[in-house]
Design a protein around this ligand. Structure first.
Ligand SMILES: NC(=O)c1ccc[n+]([C@@H]2O[C@H](COP(=O)([O-])OP(=O)(O)OC[C@H]3O[C@@H](n4cnc5c(N)ncnc54)[C@H](O)[C@@H]3O)[C@@H](O)[C@H]2O)c1
Length: 453
């Protein structure tokens, strides 16, 4: 398989990027969930000047071109033709009927006093009926579902939904970000192998084609960029990667990197840089939102566990540093504890060793808000996938690894988990999109690494 972004990877001097004309549609499977409602309400708050886009690289980040000290690095949003926050229009699908106002009240992440000021905007949109199959998300069920004779018929209904959403809102461009529940763990099988087999599977109701894959298929067929915020197999199925290349649609995933795993990749990258050894890393957390309820099912938890466990090995490279990392014990637990809602609490115990093998310990107690950390990721993914499409990038967008716990590579290469390498990768691609020289980080050019700028 060719490199997913190879249509541009070796081409520094690039044609003009299409300018963002008109509004940009954002369609969210999982529209009535905590992440979606926190994101939509947050953007509506930004439009009214009721908050700041904290945590968003596209809104607050800077990027340097040329040599250090040439000029102050400009804001990313000032030098790239990104869609404006004011131009975002929302829609989505859910098995429940809650609009964003009702969903945000139920999620309990944002304060009612803020939501009341946005009620008019948030009440406007109710979710479209979802493609849903209970066997993939066992702990939930709801009334707002599509029916269809085959999975192909369901995909066609989603494609029609996308078309109607564009028409009703006079949109040329749409991005889809999967913010729906984590589906059960599935290994890629024969039906996920090629697009021919996958399409036959859709027509024959193959049991291993999940709803999230049907959404991904519909998005790509409709020419809409798709990102997967959950850890389940979806657009990363080889057939869908192949389709995204054939249809020239950018895709990205998977599993938003927030909370405990974000902390883990920040800490692990630093420990590895100093060649501190690891004996064990025990992570546990409590959370009480609907996501926690879904993850209480062992099959959905297995999907999440695989995603959370995968991050350390690629940072530590145990095969290269056997004396430091070959034998560490890594355990991840998630406990559903309703009283906490979205206000998750995470504990990490890290057994490390230093000079002459002397042991030490690190304890981390992170009281975070999952959806507060996820919302700016959704915003950045929407804006950057739209930019990618207007810049003729397609297939798996590895430069967006920065936002994910299990970055898709699409070409069999090992994903990058080190958060600092990820941000360099992202900015390098931004420079390339603009046809700017890449920065070597030699000499005094290291500033970019630390000031994300
Ligand atoms: N919040 C975070 O920090 C974070 C981090 C990484 C990944 N995620 C993932 O993002 C997703 C959303 O998280 P959340 O906290 O908003 O969960 P949530 O349970 O509040 O929301 C998920 C929504 O998806 C809906 N849904 C389920 N299956 C659907 C389908 N087939 N089609 C349409 N809607 C469907 C549910 O009804 C629910 O409203 C989860 O998969 C979660 O694991 C979240």
């Amino acid at each position: 398989m060719s490199t997913p972004t190879d249509n541009r990877a070796n081409n520094q001097k690039v044609p003009d990027i299409d300018m963002p004309e008109g509004n940009l549609g954002v369609l969210l499977p999982g529209f009535s969930g905590a992440v979606s409602s926190t994101f939509v309400a947050g953007v509506e708050a930004l439009k009214k000047g009721l908050g700041s886009p904290i945590g968003s690289l596209t809104q607050l980040g800077t990027i340097r071109f040329g040599k250090k000290n040439d000029t102050e690095p400009p804001r990313i949003k000032e030098v790239f033709p990104l869609a404006e926050v004011d131009d975002l229009v929302f829609g989505g699908w859910d098995i429940y009927h809650d609009n964003s106002y009702e969903a945000a009240l139920k999620a309990g992440v944002l304060e009612k006093s803020l939501l009341d000021q946005l009620e008019g905007e948030l009440n406007k949109t109710t979710p479209m009926p979802a493609v849903f199959e209970n066997k993939f998300v066992k702990n939930l069920d709801g009334p707002n579902k599509k029916t269809g004779k085959t999975k192909m018929h369901l995909a066609e209904q989603l494609i029609d939904d996308i078309g109607s959403f564009k028409k009703d809102n006079a949109l040329d461009r749409v991005v889809i970000v999967w913010c729906a529940s984590t589906e059960v763990f599935i290994e890629p099988g024969d039906v996920h192998d090629t697009i021919e087999k996958f399409e036959s599977g859709l027509k024959e109701n193959h049991p291993d084609i999940s709803p999230s894959m049907i959404y991904a298929y519909a998005a790509i067929q409709a020419g809409v960029p798709f990102a997967n915020g959950a850890p389940n197999l979806s657009a990363d199925a080889p057939a869908l990667v192949e389709l995204s290349q054939a249809e020239k649609v950018p895709i990205a995933g998977k599993d938003f990197k927030t909370g405990q795993t974000l902390m883990k990749t920040i800490l692990a990258s630093g420990l590895k840089a100093r060649l501190i050894g690891i004996d064990g890393w025990f992570s546990t957390n409590i959370l009480g939102n609907r996501d926690g309820q879904v993850l209480d099912d062992p099959h959905s938890f297995k999907t999440k566990e695989e995603s959370k466990l995968s991050v350390l090995d690629s940072i530590f490279c145990p095969e290269r540093y056997p004396e430091l990392y070959s034998d560490y014990y890594h355990k991840v637990c998630i406990n559903y504890y309703p009283p906490r809602g979205d206000a998750k609490e995470a504990w990490d115990n890290i057994d490390i060793f230093g000079w002459l093998g002397y042991p030490m310990q690190i304890k981390v107690n992170f009281l975070c808000r999952d959806s507060i950390l996820a919302a700016p990721i959704v915003l950045d993914l929407v804006l950057l996938l739209d930019l990618a499409q207007r810049s003729d990038l397609y297939g798996v967008q590895q430069w967006l690894s920065f936002y994910f716990k299990s970055p898709m590579t699409g070409d069999g290469t090992i994903p990058v988990h080190d958060v600092f390498q990820q941000v360099i990768k992202l900015k390098s691609m931004l420079r390339q999109i603009k046809g700017e020289d890449l920065i070597s980080h030699l000499g005094l050019d290291y500033e970019d690494l630390y000031d994300i700028g």
